[in-house]
Design a protein around this ligand. Structure first.
Ligand SMILES: [Zn+2]
Length: 150
């Protein structure tokens, strides 16, 4: 699934889990039209959470409640650990390679991490819906969507 497809599916889940709601009359309108004022300009109500226009707030709520964002620091560290020997010997001392790198050159470490993040994002392994402050793994999103559909 590409990002757009995932967004469409999440929107469908948000619609399924919420109910059309007339803001003026404060009632749910399962028929898609308000039985009181006959309006079809309806917002959405999510049980126990609130009422609002559109579906993006519902999607955000669902993601926050049901998925765990990717811990980028940890994931980057793991990918580095896969590429280099666990320990590095300097003179007669053994160091944890990652710790040594981070401690000795934190700037280089951060640069490499942000490069890695953009790569992962362009390969669509991780996806953000808020302009890059929170990332979810595409695998998690796809499993969530499949589960929600079944
Ligand atoms: Zn109404």
């Amino acid at each position: 699934m590409d990002k757009q497809e995932i967004e469409t599916k999440l929107k469908e889940i948000a619609l399924n889990r919420s109910e059309a709601f007339c803001y003026n009359d404060s009632i749910e309108c399962p028929e898609g039209r308000c039985p009181k004022c006959d309006s079809d300009d309806l917002c959405r109500s999510l049980n126990g959470v609130g009422v609002g226009w559109g579906t993006s707030w519902i999607v955000e709520h669902i993601l926050r409640e049901e998925l765990t964002p990717v811990n980028l620091e940890k994931a980057f560290e793991e990918s580095v650990r896969e590429c280099f020997p666990e320990e590095t010997i300097v003179g007669w001392m053994r160091f944890d390679t990652v710790d040594l790198m981070k401690n000795q050159d934190p700037v280089s470490w951060r640069c490499a991490q942000s490069e890695w993040e953009s790569e992962e994002e362009s390969e669509k392994t991780i996806i953000s819906f808020d302009g890059g402050s929170t990332f979810y793994s595409r695998y998690d999103l796809e499993s969530f969507i499949e589960e929600a559909a079944s």
